[in-house]
Design a protein around this ligand. Structure first.
Ligand code: CP
Ligand code: NVA
Length: 318
C-alpha cells in the first residue's frame, strides 16, 4: 500500500504547477494515477488539506456542473473560490488578458477558465504565473473527459479495449473524448452528420497519441457506429455560442438521436453517457436518459472527484 501511494505521488508530482489546457497535457500514467487519487477522495480514504488556497473562476459561458464541482472541490481541499465573471470584473470593460492574468496571479493560486476561443485560454496561460485549467472552450472540455473515463473505468473495471461510440456534433466534448480516450487505449468512434465531423487536426492529434492499439474513427452512420459499443455518448446538437444555428441543426441531426432502437443495436452491458445539460427529445430520448443503462448522474458526480484530485496535484498537495 505504501509503495503504491509513493508511485501515485511520483507520477502526479511531475504535474504540479502545470496547466491543464488540453486533454493531451496529461500523460497516460498521470491520468490513471489521477483516477486512483480521485477514487480515494471519493470513498473518503484520503484527505488533503491545501491550507486556504484560492481558485479563481473566470466563466464567460453558463455552467452548473463545472462551476459548482470546482467550488465544492476547492472547499473540500480547505480552500476557497472567487468568482471572477467578466460581467463583474474589469475584463468586461476591456482590460487586457495579459494584465488580468498577471494581477490575478498575485491573488489566486490557480485559475479555471471557461471561454470561447482556445487561443484566449492560451493567452491567460502565457501570462499567468499560476496553473490555468480549461473549464471548457469551443475546442476542448478536458475536465469532462477525465470524469467520463473515470466513470467508464468504474463501470467496466478497465479502459483498454473499450469501444466508445459518440453520436452527434463533432464538438469540444468529442475532441477531448478522442484525445483522452486514445491515450487510455479506448477505441473512440465519432459519428456525426456530414459537415459536422470532428476537426481533422484533433483526429490526427488523437491518433498520434494513441496507446495500446486504440483506434480513433470518424463515421456518419449511427447504426454501424454503435455495433459492439460498450459506451454510447452524446451531447447537445448546438453548443453554447451556436444558438443561432439551433433550428438548422435540429433538422440535420434528427437521425443522430440516441433512442431505444439505437441502444438495442449495441453491446448487452452498454452504458449511456451524456455530459449534461441534456435536451430531452433531441440528442437523447427521455426513455434512454432515465433508463438503467444511463450513468449520467454518476458521470456528473465524478466531475467533483476528478477535479478535486487535479487541483490537489496542481497545487502541490500530495
Ligand atoms: N458538463 C458541463 O460542463 O456542464 P456545465 O455546463 O453545467 O458546467
Ligand atoms: N458542447 C457543449 C458542452 C456543454 C457542457 C457546449 O459547449 O455547450
Amino acid at each position: 500500500m505504501a509503495s503504491a501511494s509513493l508511485g501515485l505521488a511520483s507520477e502526479l508530482n511531475s504535474f504540479s504547477k502545470n496547466n491543464f489546457l488540453s486533454s493531451s497535457d496529461l500523460k497516460n500514467n498521470q491520468i490513471l494515477s489521477l483516477f486512483e487519487l480521485a477514487k480515494q477522495l471519493k470513498i473518503g480514504n484520503r484527505r488533503i488539506d491545501l491550507g486556504n488556497r484560492v481558485l479563481g473562476l473566470i466563466f464567460k459561458k453558463a455552467s452548473t456542473r463545472t462551476r459548482v464541482s470546482f467550488q465544492v472541490a476547492m472547499a473540500r481541499l480547505g480552500g476557497q473560490t472567487v468568482d471572477l465573471n467578466p460581467q463583474v470584473t474589469q475584463l468586461g470593460r476591456g482590460e487586457p488578458i495579459k494584465d488580468t492574468a498577471r494581477v490575478l496571479s498575485r491573488y489566486c493560486d490557480v485559475l479555471a477558465i471557461r471561454t470561447f476561443a482556445q487561443q484566449e485560454l492560451e493567452e491567460y496561460a502565457e501570462w499567468a504565473t499560476i496553473p490555468v485549467i480549461n473549464a471548457l472552450t469551443d475546442l476542448e472540455h478536458p475536465c469532462q473527459a477525465l470524469a467520463d473515463y473515470l466513470t467508464i473505468q468504474e463501470k467496466f473495471g478497465a479502459l483498454k479495449g473499450i469501444n466508445l461510440s459518440y453520436i452527434g456534433d463533432g464538438n469540444n466534448v468529442a475532441n477531448s473524448l478522442m484525445i483522452c480516450g486514445a491515450m487510455l487505449g479506448v477505441n473512440v468512434t465519432i459519428c456525426s452528420p456530414n459537415g459536422f465531423e470532428a476537426d481533422q487536426r484533433i483526429v490526427n492529434k488523437a491518433k498520434s497519441l494513441s496507446e495500446f492499439g486504440s483506434k480513433i474513427s470518424i463515421c456518419n452512420d449511427p447504426s454501424k457506429s454503435v455495433k459492439e459499443a460498450q459506451v454510447i455518448y452524446t451531447d447537445v446538437w448546438a453548443s453554447m455560442g451556436q444558438e443561432e444555428e439551433y433550428l438548422k441543426r435540429k433538422k440535420i441531426f434528427e437521425k443522430y438521436k440516441v433512442n431505444r432502437n439505437l441502444i438495442d443495436l449495441a453491446d448487452d452491458d452498454l452504458i449511456v453517457l451524456h455530459c449534461l445539460p441534456a435536451h430531452r427529445g433531441e440528442e437523447i430520448t427521455e426513455e434512454v436518459l432515465e433508463s438503467p443503462s444511463s450513468h449520467v448522474f454518476d458521470q456528473a458526480e465524478n466531475r467533483l472527484h476528478v477535479q478535486q484530485a487535479l487541483l490537489a496535484v496542481q497545487l502541490g498537495g500530495l
